[in-house]
Design a protein around this ligand. Sequence first.
Ligand SMILES: [Zn+2]
Length: 181
Amino acid sequence: METLVLNPAYQPVARIPWQRAITLLFLGKVEVVEAYEDQTIRSVSFELKVPSVVRFLRSLTRRKPVIRFSRENVYARDNGRCQYCQKHVSRAEATYDHVIPRAQGGVTSWQNIVIACVPCNQRKGGRTPEQARMPLKVVPVRPTKLPDSLRVTLSFQKGMPVAWQNWLRDLTYWHGSLDEG
Ligand SMILES: [Zn+2]
């Protein structure tokens, strides 16, 4: 079960496990906007309906986002393209190539991992781009921002709690009205 999180302006910002929402509630950071009517948590000292929608009471301080090093995020950074031949590869087909092979001291990091298609990865083998004469077009770096197209957007989908529908519909509305302004 998940809880939808709104900012103080009632715009959706995230979806989180309900347990995290309870923690935020007890820390006094959020208020309950809507709750799952049929889901109650009981303890010795309290009884509470599981929140389906919560709202932050104060604006979140914007920290510079730290993008976690993960396969999905490397794929997103490289725009789903083999960094050697620039062909598009699906997530299932993508291989993760050590630019400097591990056998030659290469580490697993943002700066040394790129997406490669299977043929390029096989052709390169245990060699550096220089040794294999397969130069990279872009130097791999830690990204500060992931491409928008690959970010998960919050829109209402089948299977989501019904209580979210109004709030996620508002998001579309907000986008529309912001564009006009
Ligand atoms: Zn390739």
